[in-house]
Design a protein around this ligand. Structure first.
Ligand code: SAM
Length: 232
């Protein structure tokens, strides 16, 4: 079974309760979105956009941005489209099926790479997340930003909480890898890019803003100082 079929199977029924149920444990998503230094007219791609929960919030928060979403699961995208239908955001957000690492800005009819790319609680579901990240950098413009939020190593949480949580996440094909921060740091060092990261309390989740080195005359937003923590 390939990744798309696996995700369709996983979310076939869960998609109906996804937005309601995930707000209790996919923490840090709104903080990540609030910290994105988006400029008028910027293009934003969310990889693993699911039900378009984050894209809807970004459409509200960044009214002049152009928004794009990709997801492995056609079923999740059906739910996203149904949710957006008839809303102000229906024509602002373009969705298509695809896999992380196999997407081009040209798939969306764009001529230039994206200004921002978001990975929200998806890296932990991709077995080859390192390759997916590396293959994503070429579709980010010079000076553009990659924004990541995902489960962290949770080593500051008590064992009675952490172990059952990790077991439960595993049933849903979610496997947080403690190597993510070190890999992002290596990637930034290798490419001479900038990186800011922080952990939510208990090291529950990791937030990262990665800014690609700019070599164009385009405006380059400063990646934010990371100050705030919890949200739903
Ligand atoms: C936990 S949900 C997160 C959805 C959304 N980003 C959010 O924060 O609410 C993970 C999503 O990533 C998608 N996904 C998993 N593996 C993927 C891959 N390799 N490429 C693209 N999407 C993937 C799943 O289908 C699912 O919709």
């Amino acid at each position: 079974m390939d990744a798309a079929q696996q995700m369709d199977r996983q979310y076939r029924y869960q998609r109906y309760v996804y937005d309601w149920s995930r707000k209790y444990y996919l923490l840090g998503r709104d903080t990540l979105l609030q910290e994105m230094p988006v400029e008028a007219g910027d293009t934003i791609l969310e990889i693993g956009c699911g039900t378009a929960r984050n894209l809807s919030k970004m459409a509200y928060r960044f009214p002049s941005a152009r928004l794009f979403g990709v997801d492995a699961s056609s079923m999740m995208l059906d739910t996203a489209r149904a949710k957006l239908q008839g809303t102000l955001y229906e024509n602002k957000i373009t969705l298509r099926q695809g896999l992380a690492g196999q997407i081009s800005y040209r798939d969306f009819g764009l001529e230039k790479p994206f200004d921002h790319i978001v990975f929200s609680y998806v890296l932990s579901m991709i077995p080859g997340w390192q390759k997916a990240l590396e293959q994503t950098l070429p579709i980010l413009k010079p000076g553009g930003c990659l924004h990541v939020v995902d489960f962290s190593d949770q080593t500051s949480m008590p064992g009675w909480f952490r172990k059952p949580l990790l077991t439960w996440l595993g049933w849903f094909h979610v496997h947080p890898d403690p190597a993510v921060p070190a890999f992002l740091q290596q990637l930034a060092t290798r490419h001479d890019d900038q990186l800011r990261m922080r952990q939510l309390p208990g090291r529950y989740a990791l937030l990262a803003h990665y800014q690609k080195k700019g070599n164009s005359n385009d405006h380059q937003p400063d990646i934010p100082h990371l100050a705030k923590y919890l949200d739903f």
